[in-house]
Each structure stands twice: as C-alpha cells, then as structure tokens.
Design a protein around this ligand. Structure first.
Ligand SMILES: NC(=O)c1ccc[n+]([C@@H]2O[C@H](COP(=O)([O-])OP(=O)(O)OC[C@H]3O[C@@H](n4cnc5c(N)ncnc54)[C@H](OP(=O)(O)O)[C@@H]3O)[C@@H](O)[C@H]2O)c1
Length: 338
C-alpha cells in the first residue's frame, strides 16, 4: 500500500454526513474527496477542508477507496452501494432500513467482511461490534433493547401528562422526529435495528418479512394510562427483543410495562440501551446515545478507519444457532389498547 491518503467518498451530507465529513478531516491518512447531495449549492458546515459537492453519482464515486453511504432510504442507497461495490470500494453505512430490508444485497457484503455498519444500531454506542465480537464467546439467551430515542422522548412527555399528538408536535418542532414520524412511532425503526442485532446474534438469514408482523409502536399510549402505571411503580418502554420460546427464536418490538428498577428504565431518559443475556457472560448492559449527527458520525469514522486498515467488518454467525430452553423472555406485560 502506498502512503498517499485513502480516498473517501461520502454519499449524503445531511445531519450525519456533514458531521462525518468534519470528523474524518482529523485523520491525515484520509482524504474526503467528494460528497453526493441533492443540492450542491445549499449552505452546510463541512469543516476546513470541504470535499467537492456533486449531485452526480458517477462523479462522487469516481476513484474512491471507501464509500460511506449516509443518504438513507432503501432502494436508492442500495443501488448506489452496488455501484460502489462493483468498483471495488470498501463500504460503510449507517442505513439500518436498507440493511434490514435488502439483506439479499447487503448480506453478502457483510459475509465478505466488506461492510462496516456500527452506526446503523445505537449510533456511536458500540453494540454491533460487541454482539459480533466479544459477546460471541457466549451462547445468546436473549436480548432486549431500547432502540429508538424519539419514542423514549415521547413517552417521557406523556408521562408528564402531555397527549401523544402534542408530544409528537413538540418533538417535530425540536427536530427529534421526522415530518413523517411513522418509522419511529410505529416501531419500524426499532425493528430495523432489531433485525440486524438478531442476525448478528443468532439468525443470520432472518428476513425482514419475518420481523415486520411482530412490530407495534406507541401510538395507543395515553398519559392517563402511563399515570396509572406510575402509581404501580411501572414504566412503559418500547422494547425490541430476541428470545426463545424453547422451540424457536422469537422477535418482537412492542411497548412493555417494566418495573421502575428494571435496567432498561434505570438507564434514564433519552438514551438507547442493549441488555444482552449470554449463557457464560451473564447479563451485559450497554447504554448511550442512539442518534445525533456527531454521535452517529463517531461510529462512521471508526468504520472508515477499519476499512482503510483492511480490518474486516462485523460478521454474522455462519449458520443459525439452535434456540435455548425457554427461560429468557423479559416477563413483563405487553401494553394493549386501554
Ligand atoms: N440522524 C441520526 O441521528 C441518525 C442516527 C443513526 C443512523 N442514521 C442514518 O444515517 C443516514 C443519514 O441520516 P441523516 O439524518 O443524516 O439524513 P439527512 O439529514 O436527511 O441527510 C441526507 C443526505 O442525503 C442527501 N440525499 C438524499 N437523497 C439523495 C439523493 N437521491 N441523491 C443525492 N443525495 C441525496 C441529502 O442531500 P441534500 O442535503 O442536498 O438534501 C442529504 O445531504 C440514514 O440512513 C439514517 O437512518 C441517522
């Protein structure tokens, strides 16, 4: 390998892309040569050495050693990464939706160790590498996780007495929730991330269609109901889970009533968390920021550094793991319509 900087192309320079471009400039061995955007004339803070901005994918991808996909969405992002892969680039992405829904395309890149996607689950809080790395020394029994900060924020406001619609309007005003909040509040975003964690843990061929029917969001929660839970020392949380019923692995995203002293409640508001149970390691809790430009870009930068050092990305197990004995469901009531 020669000593000239590795050429990095970033697809997307929005919330995460712009932060990643700024952070990547800290590393002398990297040169961010181009960024793909819809509107190259729009003002953005891209640091002291901004890349060339272009709306032309050919120009953005030309000669890149590493391509970082941060445009989001499923089909367009997948098509762009197929072109990057065909050109021989190493790949990095934060796109849980595309990874969850187009595993037919993204899965082989993961199997080949060619894709870094730490940022796709819990942003800069390292759970992908933990599940695919050190935690693999144990047989997984179950995992339960808070994977969507917007839902955490909305539940917190409803616990303070605000109706769902008002809490959502406030989240949108503060930029926490999208104009179309369905991906967050209907549990789809959490389910995308759960799909990735379940593949890394136990079910490498798990299809999105097998997860989607088991997803329920928080639209039906009401302040009155949350107040009633609070009187019983319970808290509602949108929990994404992988567990065994003794015969098969199960996956679900749904609101659960958890005791106030449960680990997933004690992590505090605004944080994502993964509670992993393994037969040898016991219970492991990893908690931190689950979104935000800089927090997400932190993991993106780590993946780019791995890519240029030719370290392989996280791998799924070679085959599905047999489900453990039924012992590991979280054991708290699901919240149905009041
Ligand atoms: N935001 C977070 O906290 C967070 C956390 C974890 C993971 N992620 C993931 O990171 C990815 C990016 O999220 P984000 O919040 O940074 O999104 P964003 O702010 O909407 O930025 C998207 C960027 O992609 C560009 N873009 C979109 N469609 C394009 C197209 N068809 N052609 C060319 N450029 C296009 C946009 O260009 P313009 O600027 O010109 O419009 C923009 O720069 C998503 O996969 C998301 O799920 C985000």
């Amino acid at each position: 390998m020669n000593n000239s900087p590795r050429r990095v192309a970033v697809l997307g320079a929005g919330t995460v892309g712009a932060a990643a471009i700024r952070l990547l400039q800290r590393h002398a061995q990297l040169e961010v040569v181009a960024a793909l955007v819809r509107d190259p004339a729009a003002p953005r803070d891209l640091g002291e050495r901004p890349p060339r901005l272009t709306a032309d994918p050919d120009e953005a991808l030309e000669g890149a050693d590493v391509v970082v996909e941060l445009i989001g969405g499923v089909e367009r992002a997948t098509a762009l990464m197929q072109r990057a892969a065909a050109a021989g680039a190493r790949l990095v992405s934060a796109n849980k939706a595309a990874l969850a829904e187009r595993w037919d395309v993204w899965g082989p890149w993961v199997a080949a160790g060619r894709l870094g996607f730490e940022a796709a689950v819990m942003a800069g809080t390292p759970v992908v590498s933990a599940v695919a790395g050190p935690l693999r020394g144990s047989r997984p029994l179950a995992l339960h996780a808070l994977l969507n900060g917007t839902c955490g924020y909305l539940i917190e406001r409803m616990e303070a007495g605000e109706p769902f619609a008002d809490a959502l309007a406030e989240a949108q005003r503060r930029g926490y929730a999208e104009a179309d909040p369905g991906l967050d509040v209907d549990g789809v975003d959490a389910a995308h991330k759960l799909t990735l964690l379940a593949r890394l843990c136990a079910l490498p061929e798990l299809r999105w269609e097998q997860v989607r029917p088991h997803v329920r969001g928080i639209r039906r929660l009401t302040p009155e109901w949350l107040a009633d839970l609070a009187r019983r020392d319970l808290r509602a949380r949108l929990v994404a889970s992988l567990w065994s019923d003794g015969e098969a692995w199960r996956v679900a995203v749904r609101p659960l009533a958890l005791p106030c002293d449960h680990a997933l409640v004690r992590v505090g508001s605004g944080r994502n968390a993964l509670l992993f149970r393994g037969d040898a390691v016991g219970e492991v809790l990893i908690a931190g920021a689950g979104a935000g430009g800089e927090a997400t870009a932190s993991a993106v930068v780590a993946d780019v550094l791995d890519a240029v050092a030719l370290r392989p990305g996280p791998a799924v197990p070679p085959r599905a793991l047999a489900p453990p004995a039924r012992s590991s469901a979280i054991g708290f009531p699901e919240l149905e319509r009041p």
